[in-house]
Design a protein. Structure first.
Length: 241
């Protein structure tokens, strides 16, 4: 069985991620604002979109606030994550939830009846894939998009140096620590740091430079490719078909 499936299908791990690391992502709201700004700037009427590696559906929820009638496909490897997404999006009727490993190419068969899409988004998921598979996925997304369709990836990317990586680690530890204080948890910053450097998914992260990934997108044929927002290892990038 795929190691990621074993990790993320565990309810305890999924719950810790959603209430812990996911909830402490620095500038998370701003990243979503940039995503929505790009969708608005593309001037597309989003009738259908795919949220791949959807987690609890936070990106889909933001998009559906503006396009409530859009046909929405949410796909994730983790059934507990999909269950969280179903709960978050329970007021919307035009949604399809799929538990599937998009690391395998046969995932395309699961969404073929819903293509093409006006928009494809992903949040902190694709970095679990090897670089070769990342490139393949970006090409698969391109082929699924309508003309003028938009792909946006909100993602963790590789730091170009170890020093920059250390600054990012301190940023995230501080953010996690502040979140715990707000929640009234009795925990020291050292304990938060211990968790951060030993979190369950740390060895599953396969990070790539954002510049490299943008170059892949250009080679595939995306236009207006850019890193639209970045703070250290957190980036919003993509392009249009």
């Amino acid at each position: 069985m795929n190691k990621d499936i074993q990790l993320w299908e565990t309810r305890e791990i999924a719950a810790k991620y959603l209430s812990g690391v996911r909830g402490a992502i620095p500038l998370a709201a701003e990243q979503i604002e940039v995503m929505l700004m790009l969708v608005k700037g593309a001037k597309i009427n989003v009738n259908s979109f795919l949220d791949i590696g959807c987690g609890d559906g936070v990106l889909a929820a933001a998009i559906l606030e503006h396009f409530p009638n859009a046909k929405t496909v949410l796909l994730d490897i983790s059934e507990p994550m999909i269950e969280s997404a179903k709960e978050k999006l329970s007021i919307y009727n035009n949604t399809d939830f799929i538990v599937c490993d998009y690391g395998r190419k046969d995932w395309l068969n699961r969404v073929s009846n819903s293509t093409p899409f006006d928009l494809i988004v992903s949040g902190f998921s694709i970095h679990h894939q090897p670089d070769v598979r990342k490139h393949e996925l970006y090409e698969e997304f391109f082929n699924m998009l309508n003309v003028n369709g938009l792909f946006i990836n909100i993602e963790q990317v590789l730091s170009p140096t170890k020093w920059i990586e250390s600054i990012f680690d301190e940023l995230f530890i501080d953010s996690l620590y502040k979140m715990h204080l707000k929640q009234g948890n009795s925990i020291s910053r050292d304990e938060v740091a211990e968790f951060w450097f030993n979190r369950p998914d740390i060895n599953d992260n396969i990070l790539a430079l954002v510049e490299t990934q943008c170059q892949w997108l250009r080679q595939i044929g995306y236009r207006d490719v850019d890193c639209y927002f970045k703070i250290l290892e957190l980036a919003v990038f993509g392009g249009r078909k």
